[in-house]
Design a protein around this ligand. Structure first.
Ligand code: SF4
Ligand code: SF4
Length: 70
C-alpha cells in the first residue's frame, strides 16, 4: 500500500526545551518518532500530519518545510 506523505512538511523538535515525556512518540500514527539518548526525532516515515505538534505539552515541536535546516 502506498503511503500518502505530505511532500512539503515534516517536524522539528526543540531539543533545548523537550522534557522527554514521550507523548509525541506515543501519538504518532506512523510510528515515525523515536526517543533515544534524550533526543526526540522523526524518521522518513513522518507524513507531516502534525498530531505530535498538538500533543506536546510545551510546544517543543513545529512543522517545518522539507529541506529546511533544523
Ligand atoms: S507529524 Fe505526524 S507522522 Fe510526523 S512525527 Fe508527528 S505525528 Fe508522526
Ligand atoms: S511531547 Fe514534547 S516534551 Fe514530550 S517528548 Fe515529545 S517533544 Fe519532548
Amino acid at each position: 500500500m502506498s503511503r500518502l506523505k505530505n511532500r512539503f512538511e515534516k517536524i522539528a523538535v526543540d531539543q533545548e526545551i523537550c522534557m522527554h515525556c514521550g507523548a509525541c512518540v506515543g501519538t504518532c500514527p506512523e510510528n515515525a518518532m523515536f526517543l533515544h539518548d534524550l533526543t526526540v526525532s522523526a524518521d522518513e516515515n513522518c507524513n507531516g500530519c502534525g498530531y505530535c505538534v498538538r500533543v506536546c505539552p510545551i510546544g517543543a515541536i513545529e512543522r517545518v518545510k522539507r529541506g529546511a535546516a533544523q
